[in-house]
Design a protein around this ligand. Structure first.
Ligand SMILES: *[C@@H]1O[C@H](CO)[C@@H](O)[C@H](O)[C@H]1NC(C)=O
Length: 179
C-alpha cells in the first residue's frame, strides 16, 4: 500500500529525466537579443537555495556573434555593489539551444514572445553536483501575476519544485552603471 505511490513517483522521475527540455519553436536570435531583467529563478543548486531569499533581480544583456554564438553579460546586484559576469555559449546546431563545453553548461530558451518575456533553462554539469535552473526574464522590470503563474507551472515540468523558486526584487545597484 505504501510502496505503490513511491513507485509511481520513481517512474515519473525516470520519465522526466528522459524528456528533453523544449526550445521555443522557430527561435529568432535577432529578436531575442538585448536586455532582460531576471525577475524569478528556480534552481536546485545548493548555493542558490542558501542565498535565494536575499537575491535581487539581475540584468542580462544578450548579444549574438556572427557565427551564432551567444554572449551574455550579467549585472548582478550584491549587498555592496554590482558584480559583472560574462558568459559565452556556443551554438549547438539547434536554434535556441546553446552550450558552453568547457564549463559543461547547457542553455535553452524554452519559451519567449521576444517583446515581453522569456523562460530560459540552464543545466550546469561541472563539479560533483550537477544543477538545473529555470529563469523568468522580462524586458521591463516587472512581470504580471499571469506571467509568474505561467513560470510556476513550468517548474515541475523540468524536474524542479516550487519551493526552489525565488521571486527576485528589483534593485538599483546595477542600473546606475547602464547608460
Ligand atoms: C538538479 O536537477 C537536475 C535535472 O533534473 C539533475 O540532473 C541534478 O542532479 C539536480 N541536482 C541537484 C543538486 O539536486
Amino acid at each position: 500500500m505504501v510502496l505503490l505511490p513511491s513507485l509511481a513517483l520513481a517512474l515519473l522521475c525516470l520519465l522526466r529525466a528522459g524528456a528533453e527540455v523544449p526550445v521555443q519553436p522557430g527561435f529568432s536570435a535577432e529578436k531575442f537579443a538585448g536586455t532582460w531583467h531576471v525577475i524569478a529563478t528556480a534552481s536546485n543548486c545548493s548555493v542558490f537555495l542558501k542565498m535565494k531569499d536575499g537575491m535581487k533581480s539581475s540584468i542580462t544583456t544578450v548579444t549574438f556573434k556572427p557565427e551564432g554564438d551567444l554572449a551574455m553579460e550579467i549585472l548582478w546586484p550584491l549587498e555592496d555593489g554590482c558584480q559583472k559576469l560574462e558568459l559565452l555559449f556556443e551554438h549547438s546546431g539547434q536554434a535556441g539551444h546553446y552550450v558552453a563545453a568547457q564549463e559543461k553548461r547547457d542553455l535553452r530558451v524554452v519559451e519567449t514572445d521576444y517583446s515581453c518575456y522569456a523562460i530560459v533553462h540552464q543545466l550546469q554539469q561541472r563539479g560533483h553536483a550537477p544543477s538545473a535552473a529555470l529563469q523568468l526574464l522580462v524586458r521591463g522590470q516587472d512581470g504580471s501575476p499571469q506571467l509568474l503563474q505561467k513560470f510556476e507551472d513550468l517548474i515541475p515540468t523540468v524536474g524542479l519544485t516550487k519551493d526552489m523558486m525565488a521571486v527576485l526584487p528589483k534593485s538599483d545597484r546595477c542600473t546606475k552603471t547602464i547608460s
